[in-house]
Design a protein around this ligand. Structure first.
Ligand SMILES: C[S@@+](CC[C@H](N)C(=O)[O-])C[C@H]1O[C@@H](n2cnc3c(N)ncnc32)[C@H](O)[C@@H]1O
Length: 222
């Protein structure tokens, strides 16, 4: 991380009230793809990391049972809470939490994150992906600044003084090492993309699932 958590939080606190007004077409395309790929069921709990002003958390709360948003900037989350109140969305909650310490240990079915993980170094991203895998979601949808080729330093998608985007290959390795399979890669721009990672059930989970199925009928017991 090129700045510490407090610096990043202060930076976003400062820009929170204007954050929603300064969005590129690529950011919007990326956010829309994250929402589309997250596709939560009505019984799902979604954890949105680096939730900001709720661009992902608020729309998903209309489909999921509950959405838990985590961020380090109180200013950004105040905006998210204000919008949730205005829109009458009661199944979304926001609180402090980081990628590597989300401060949440309840049910998680889908994890989302949009335009936030690039603040972490590659080693920190790997740690974050391992932490998220330990929460045992079935899907993790990551939209972010990421490099599909050699980054053009003149492009506007990141600021080298505060951002630290990874290559798609680095992220793919971190996902697969943490037990995810990549099921979709969406390239929005040379430096912006969405990765969809699905968790491969552990051997123990697969055994549990087959034990719940009656082998004579293939139907679930009970
Ligand atoms: C560019 S905004 C994106 C917000 C939102 N996801 C969106 O799509 O509009 C990045 C957010 O990540 C948060 N953030 C930065 N580093 C973080 C970390 N280590 N853990 C959690 N949130 C972090 C910032 O406070 C900020 O709200």
């Amino acid at each position: 991380m090129k700045k510490d958590l407090e610096d990043h939080a202060a930076r976003f606190d400062e820009k929170a009230s204007e954050y929603d007004e300064s969005k590129s077409d690529e950011y919007r395309a990326c956010a829309n793809l994250v929402i589309e790929h997250a596709a939560p069921e009505s019984t799902d709990v979604v954890l949105d990391l680096g939730t900001g002003t709720g661009a992902i958390a608020l729309p998903l709360s209309e489909d999921a049972e509950r959405v838990v948003g985590r961020d380090i900037s109180e200013g950004m989350m105040d905006e998210a809470e204000r919008k949730a109140d205005d829109e009458g969305l009661a199944t979304v909650e926001f609180d402090y939490g980081t990628f590597r310490e989300p401060e949440y240990d309840g049910q998680v079915d889908v994890v989302t994150s949009n335009f936030a993980m690039h603040h972490l170094s590659d080693d920190e991203k790997r740690e974050a992906i391992e932490t998220i895998a330990d929460l045992e979601p079935r899907r993790f949808v990551l939209g972010d600044v990421m490099f599909f080729g050699e980054p053009n330093p003149d492009e506007p998608f990141y600021d080298p003084t505060v951002d630290d985007p990874a290559t798609v290959g680095t992220l793919a390795d971190a996902f697969t090492d943490a037990g995810f399979s990549l099921t979709a890669v969406e390239r929005v721009h040379d430096q912006v993309g969405v990765l969809v990672a699905e968790r491969t059930p552990t051997a123990a989970e697969a055994t549990d699932a087959s034990a719940e199925t009656d082998p004579s009928t293939g139907e679930e017991d009970g």
